[in-house]
Structure formats: C-alpha cells, structure tokens
Design a protein. Structure first.
Length: 620
C-alpha cells in the first residue's frame, strides 16, 4: 500500500511538471466559474452563489467512465462509500454517506424520488440503474428534507437521464466485455457482458426515445470459497420516453421503465455455498410537465407510479410486493436576478403486501427562498410540514447563509448551514412479518456545516466540516423494531480539489475524514482518499489513472456477532479511450485494481482482483 501511495505521488509530481510546461492561459477552458448547479435550490445558479459544495458528475465525466456501474462512479466522490461496488457484479450495495446508512440517502431520477416500499427500509436498489442511460448526476450532502422530504438526511443523489436527440433520428449503441476474477485466480476469462441501445429523435414539437440495456456476469462466487462455484447476475431494462412541446411555455413528457434483475447468492450465516436466488422486477411510469406563465415563473408537475415485485429463493423463502405513487407540484418564481422562491406540495403513497395490504401516506407542503445579493451575501432558507398518516406531523427547516468575495478571476466563498431532516419508518418496520412496530416514530437528523471554497477559471478547492446528530434511530432490538434511546453523532471533514492544470490535463482529488459515535459504525472508513489524473493525449485519445485509498474500519461477523477490524487498502484503476470513424465510434479500455490488491469489503464476501473491460460506443 505504501509503495502504491509513493508511486502515485511520483506520478502526480511528474505530471504537474509536464502540465506546468504545457500550460497556456489564453487557451484554458473557463469551466470552474461558469459551472451551474441545481440540486441544492432547484434553480440554475452559478456554483459561486450556492451555499453548498455540490458534487457534479457531468455528461463528459460519465462519457469518460463508460463501462463502469453507477455505484463505481459515485463511490469515488467525497463523503460517499458504497460497499459492494468492488465486489462481484450483482453484490448487494450498502450506501454510506457522511457516516450514515442507506435509508438516509435519497435517490431522485428525473425529478422524482425513487424508493422500494417493500424493502426493509424503503431503500432504492442501485443495481437497477444503467450508467449508459444517465446524462449527469448531482450530489448534495447533508440534511435536505426541506426540498426533498423523507430520507434526505445525509445525501441526495439527483440523476438526470439522457435527453432525446435534436435530430429526426439518432442512435447510440454501447457494448463491453470483461473479466470477473479475484486477486488469487487470474484466468482472464470473458465473464462480464454489457449492452445498451438507445434510439431517439425530435420531429417538430414531438420528441421520443427508446432504450434497451442488459448486463450479465458469471465469474465469481458470492462468498470467499475454495470451490469453483459461480453466482451469476443478470439485469434487463427497457425505457420509453415521449415528449411534446405544446408551445414554448408548455411542455409535457411521459416515460416508462421496466427492469428485471436476477442474482444468485450464498448463505451468509455460516458462509457456505448455496443455490439461492434473488429475483426483482421494477415497473415505473411517470409524467413531467412545465408551464411557464411568464419569463419569471413556472408551474411544475412531476409524478410517477412504481411497482416492485421481489422474491428470495433460499432456506427462508419470501416474497415482497409493493408500489408507490409520488406527485410533486411546485411553483418556481424569480422576482429578479436576486430573489428566487419555490412553493410546493409533495404527496407520497406507499403500499405493500403483508398478511394484508398496508399503506402509508405522506403530504408535505414546503417553501424555499434563495437570495443572491449584489454585495456577495447569499441566503438559502426553507421549511416543510411533514404530515404522515401513521405518526402525525413534523416540521423541518434549513438555514444556509454564504458569502462570496469576488477576485479578479475567481472568488472565495464562506458557507455554513443548519438543517434538520427526517426518515419515515418503512412499511416493513411498521407492519411487516418480523418485529413490526406500528408505534414507531420517525428518525430525526440535525446537520451543521461550515466551509470555504476557492475557485478560479481553472481551479476549485473546497474544505468543509460537518456535524450530524441522529435522534430516535430505528433499530432492531430484542422485541423487534424500536426507536433507540440516546444519540448517534457523526462528524467529519471533506476536502475537494479540481484543477485544470493545462489545456489537456486535469487533476481531481478528494479526502474524507468521518467519525461516527453511538454504535460500532460498521463499514464506514475513518479516512478515505480518491484522486484522478486525466490527460487528453490528442483530439481523439483520452486517458486517466485513478487511485483510491479506503482506511481501516470495523465490520460485524454475523456468525459470531463479534467486531472484526478490516485493514486499509489501495486500488489503482486506469481508463483509455480512442475515437475512430469520424468520431462516431469510440473504443475504450478499463483496467480495475491494476496492482491486483487483495482486500476485504465485507467479512466473508468476495472482492475483485485485477480485471479488464474493453468496449465500444457507436453514435449514428
């Protein structure tokens, strides 16, 4: 590990020297100051006017990570760790943001929250997402329930899917093949396959999009084993979008998705091979519309209905069926270039089958205001009244002031935030078969943040401290689910760097320190580093090297219910792409875990060694 770190430092210094020699200021891409963020306010604001350090994974970055999963891309960002993303394809993913759990992270797709009401904590399964169908991702960390409601306690991951082409008809096709192998067994057999086809276009006021994707792998066992047993994974997804622009002020889009997932797995209690299977099917339909009644205001409606049907085939077979309906109606109004407001109401209905059909409803009116003053003082404030059919009402709010000091070619920003959030008890926790408790109260979170951001045309450097407090955590005790007594506190430091060192050379890095008190904080590293060096070799050829360090952390051996310390590990990944055929065809190469590191993410479960993935992307 130390050798890897020293090697990375040497590469960084060498590349810095090369970049300094090549740097030409007059040809720099002015990207840092012009970047626009949306998620923290729902308005398109310059980053300098945002009171948050928003992580933005652009369309360009998605293109430069072709072949990777959504979880693999997100886990490289500060404050985020997705356990299982380095394991076999199809492994169960655990999302940890700022020392929190998966139920404290909200996933939004095209403006609509997604969650599975039949799961144990209403989490959304990231395995259902296809990275090739995603245009960009914005991530805000911290309490965001004021704008986004339940579960938005540690992070909101806002995903925007690819829009229809402006041409009458256009197609994009992506295919890749790779290995699935451990560090101990490097046989380089092709055992991972991915294919995506997307056809779209615009005909006058009408636009359309049809997409299909599938992933399949059959190379690794779910658990560490000496046997030659393999647990296959497959996922098939179909997407349809239809939009119509009735006028410049009135647009409507409807969409549908069906995703089927199947993964084999083994017995985790005792850690032995078993012929178990998990089958899951998601079906979603939705509508998004916008009515602009003048240049300053618009009425927006986002609605979706989703149905989930899952089956566990194991020693304890079970079925999970649930559906949810979500509608978010909000009015956006900009009084001028300084004052922006949102007034809205969000309605959610979750249903799931137990001994009988059970449901909960949530009705939340909310308001948010953003003030961008000409003297650099900015303010983002809001409040939401959460009304739940089971536990009654709750008020959450946020106060997010910031100050920007303009420089000749950049700015320095001081930011702070105080916000509260909540996590609604899941249907399975209230009415399920095991340990249900209909008297559960919502979990409550309070987050305090403070930080600095410095940016120029080519450089952005930020540092932020956070302190988060959890009250009424829902735990599984001796008598089933209950609101735990006491508090869980998490605090940490996040540092981010994004530096366009030369016209064709970029260096990005982040460091996260996380400390969680109140429980054993399993699978949450105290220290984590990610860094990436990207070099555009020519107009057609791009390369990058990525380094990740995941520090020591604890895990629980659920066979002995004892704590197990996990050693720190480092991984080096490389990516290379080249465009041919008038830039319509791109071929790419991923090499993950280049140095073939042996490590553990979850006690007893398989992780990947050095693996190779090659693919092509064709645009017509």
């Amino acid at each position: 590990m130390n050798k890897q770190f020293l090697s990375l430092c040497a590469i960084t210094l060498a590349c810095t020297s090369i970049a300094a020699q090549e740097q030409q200021k007059d040809s720099m891409v002015l990207q840092k100051l012009n970047e626009v963020v949306v998620t923290d306010s729902r308005f398109e604001l310059k980053r300098e006017n945002s009171g948050k350090t928003v992580i933005k994974i652009t369309a360009e970055e998605m293109q430069r990570n072709q072949g990777k999963t959504v979880a693999e891309i997100i886990t490289t960002k500060s404050g985020l760790e997705i356990t299982g993303s380095r394991g076999r394809e199809g492994a169960v993913l655990g999302v940890y943001a700022r020392g929190g759990r998966g139920k404290q992270v909200l996933i939004i797709i095209d403006g609509v929250r997604v969650s599975d009401p039949s799961s144990s904590s209403s989490e959304y399964d990231l395995r259902l997402l296809n990275a090739a169908n995603i245009e960009s991702i914005e991530i805000i960390k911290g309490a965001a329930s004021t704008l986004y409601g339940t579960n938005a306690a540690t992070a909101v991951i806002n995903i925007t899917t690819i829009k229809a082409s402006k041409q009458a008809i256009a197609g994009n096709f992506q295919s890749s093949v790779g290995t699935q192998q451990t560090a101990e067994k490097q046989d380089y057999n092709a055992s991972e396959f991915s294919n995506t086809a997307l056809v779209s276009g615009t005909l006058s006021k009408f636009n359309y999009q049809v997409g299909f994707s599938n992933r399949y792998s059959n190379g690794l066992s779910d658990i560490v084993t000496t046997e030659n047993e393999k647990d296959p994974f497959s996922e098939y997804s179909t997407d349809i979008k239809i939009g119509y622009n009735f006028s410049e002020k009135f647009t409507v889009q409807i969409y549908g998705n069906q995703t089927k997932l199947r993964t084999d797995y083994d017995e985790s209690y005792g850690l032995f091979d078993a012929p178990y299977q998990f089958l899951s099917q998601q079906e979603r339909v939705g509508l998004s519309s916008k009515i602009a009644y003048n240049p300053k205001g618009s009425l927006n409606i986002n609605a979706a209905f989703a149905q989930y049907d899952s089956e566990n085939i194991s020693a304890f077979p079970s079925n999970f069926v649930g559906n949810n309906f979500t509608i978010d109606v909000f009015n956006k109004y900009a009084f001028n270039a300084e004052l922006f407001t949102i007034l809205g109401v969000n309605y959610i209905q979750d249903e799931s089958e137990f001994t009988e059909l059970k449901k909960i409803t949530i009705t939340d009116p909310y308001a948010n205001l953003v003030y961008v003053s000409p003297i650099g003082v900015n303010l983002n404030v809001g409040a939401r009244l959460n009304t739940n059919s089971e536990y009654g009402s709750k008020v959450v709010y946020n106060i997010n002031p910031s100050y920007v000091y303009k420089l000749d070619a950049g700015y320095v920003k001081v930011l702070s935030s105080y916000a509260t959030s909540y996590i609604t008890p899941a249907l399975t926790q209230l009415f399920g078969f095991f340990g249900a408790n209909p008297e559960l109260q919502p979990e409550e979170n309070r987050t305090i943040e403070g930080g600095l951001e410095f940016a120029t045309n080519t450089l952005r450097l930020s540092t932020l401290y956070f302190n988060r407090n959890e009250e009424n955590p829902i735990v599984y005790g001796a008598n089933g689910y209950e609101n735990g007594e006491g508090f869980i506190d998490a605090q940490g430091l996040e540092i981010e760097l994004d530096w366009q060192m030369a016209t064709d050379f970029n260096w990005s890095a982040n460091y996260t320190f996380t400390e969680r008190k109140g429980d054993n904080a399993i699978r949450i590293p105290k220290h984590k580093i990610n860094t990436s060096l990207a070099y555009k070799i020519s107009d057609k050829t791009f390369s990058s090297v990525n380094y990740s360090y995941v520090g020591e952390r604890l895990d629980t051996d659920f066979n002995t219910f004892s704590e197990v310390p996990l050693e720190a590990f480092s991984l080096v990944n490389i990516y290379l792409s080249h465009q041919i055929l008038s830039e319509r065809l791109k071929v790419f190469l991923n090499v993950d875990n280049l140095l073939n590191e042996t490590y553990t993410e979850v006690v007893g479960f398989t992780t990947r060694g050095r693996n190779v993935r090659i693919g092509l992307n064709l645009s017509l």
